[in-house]
Design a binder for this molecule. Structure first.
Ligand code: URP
Ligand code: ZN
Ligand code: ZN
Length: 473
């Protein structure tokens, strides 16, 4: 029996036929029907007799998956004496090429200003530029009675998560009392606190001492930030959240000893969540220690760790103690930006490009190597961030009623990772010359085909702000 539904006026209907649909829980042969901006039906292949489509994509031999959600990006972000090199136009177009259809970026409160002013600045950066949908987390740099009061307004507006930093004293750092007050408020509002968990005060001492010894090369960025500082910060964040009765999400977890803290909290049933990033799975201290000043390309915080630590991070993904892989995309060009730190690693702007390469790397190095299943790939790149950050089920799955953010994925397609082939506005790739298998052949954002066989068909400014729900897991 066919499926019937009403097409209103000139609403575009697209059929993606003969593909293998992959969600976080299911893998099945099916046809996906899109009407306007929504998925409206899933049918057995060829079963929707009598239905017609304005456009048909033949996905034979390919996978049809929900578009990626990158819950940690920094577009157009002033940091380290410069500004991240992708803005909302270049960064979202690059994301789409890599199969990501939604971002959650970080708006920043400037010390002495309101959350409102910070958020409005970020609305201004994204509007008219973003090519895919986006939401915002709010970075707190100044927690006081006035800014705490502002939180409820932001939550109502769909900005339902707040990031604080235990690192970067004098810049983004907030103290434990501030963190604790914000967590209590978040608990009352149903908001989620995201934590950069490293003991920045102690690390600043180690950095100063390293520089005094003349240890100024990029590799000392990692050697002066030992994993115990991240483990301590993670433990403290979890303890403060437990005292406040609030959920907490540890961002960019890089270190096995920090993971141990998350495992312990989750084993006790606490609402503790954590993400890692591809750089902690695929890059290492060896990259930071490359000849000359090359290692500057790999300076991010927390730092890249010794290679032997990567397996523990993979284990965390397998056991679901790490629920999400996002990118912490924060690119700085080598020329003119990373070079600011030629005489000292402490002056190298922290951050790496990654928004476009996340899905390639995780498919090639995760699914194809048998470390994770296709369903787990979908879960950690799309479904889990949608659930944790209040976007599910409109985002993060293939189901009737969901936004038609859909990726047709060729699991065998070879792709060269290079500054020349990628679209991020940065003059290097950390993975230069590496060939991976697995790439998007078509990318839909709210029903619109925005990438077709590598060709950009979307428009800047078409992305919409996503009003996220409160935390409900
Ligand atoms: O190196 C990084 N991670 N840069 C962005 C800022 C942050 O800490 O997330
Ligand atoms: Zn951070
Ligand atoms: Zn970040």
């Amino acid at each position: 029996m066919g499926v019937s539904f009403v097409t209103e006026g000139s609403v575009m209907r697209t059929l993606i036929k003969n593909g293998t649909v992959v969600t976080a829980v299911d893998t099945f042969a099916g046809d996906v029907w899109i009407e306007g901006e929504k998925i409206v039906a899933l049918t057995a292949p060829g079963a929707a007799h009598g239905m017609t489509a304005d456009k048909t994509i033949d996905a034979t031999g390919k996978y049809v998956m929900p578009g990626g959600i990158d819950a940690h990006t920094h577009m157009d972000m002033p940091f380290g004496g410069t500004t991240s090199s992708d803005d909302f136009e270049t960064g979202t177009i690059a994301a789409a090429h890599g199969g990501t259809t939604t971002l959650v970026d970080f708006a920043i409160q400037t010390k002495g200003s309101s959350l409102r002013q910070g958020l409005d600045t970020w609305y201004g950066k994204a509007e008219g530029k973003a090519a895919i949908d986006y939401g915002f987390h709010m970075i707190f740099t100044d927690v006081n009675p006035t800014t705490l009061d502002e939180m409820s307004g932001l939550v109502r507006e769909g900005v339902t998560s707040f990031k604080m930093f235990m690192a970067y004293p004098g810049v983004l750092y907030v103290d434990d009392g501030q963190i604790f007050r914000a967590m209590q408020k978040a608990r009352d509002l149903g908001a989620l606190i995201c934590m950069h968990a490293e003991n920045g005060i102690a690390l600043d001492v180690l950095i100063e001492q390293a520089i005094a010894r003349g240890e100024t090369a990029p590799k000392y960025h990692s050697l002066s930030r030992p994993q115990i500082a991240e483990a301590e910060g993670t433990h403290r964040a979890l303890a403060l959240a437990e005292m406040a009765g609030a959920p907490v999400y540890i961002v960019h977890l890089s270190a096995p000893r920090a993971l141990d803290k998350v495992v312990e909290a989750r084993d006790r049933g606490l609402p503790a969540y954590a993400e890692t990033c591809p750089q902690y799975l695929f890059l290492s201290l060896d990259d930071l220690a490359r000849d000359g000043f090359e290692g500057a390309k790999y300076v991010c915080t927390p730092p890249l760790r010794p290679k032997e630590m990567q397996e523990d991070i993979w284990r965390g993904l397998k056991t679901n103690d790490l629920q999400v892989v996002s990118t912490d995309h924060c690119p700085f060009c080598f020329k003119g930006q990373k070079e600011l730190g030629r005489d000292s690693f402490a002056k190298i702007p922290n951050g790496m490009p990654g928004v476009e390469t996340r899905m390639y790397l995780l498919w090639d190095g995760g699914v194809r190597t048998g470390r994770i299943s296709m369903n787990r790939f979908v879960e950690i790149t799309s479904t889990a961030p949608a659930k944790i950050f209040g976007m599910y089920p409109r985002k993060g799955t293939i189901a009737p009623g969901a936004d038609a953010d859909v990726v047709v994925w060729d699991g065998e397609k070879e792709h060269l990772l290079s500054e020349k082939t990628l679209h991020m506005r940065v003059d290097y790739s950390p993975y230069e010359g590496q060939k991976v298998r697995g790439a998007a052949t078509q990318v839909f954002s709210r029903g619109e085909l925005i990438v077709d066989e590598g060709q950009w068909l979307g428009k800047k400014g078409r992305g919409k702000f996503f009003k996220r729900n409160t935390f409900s897991l």
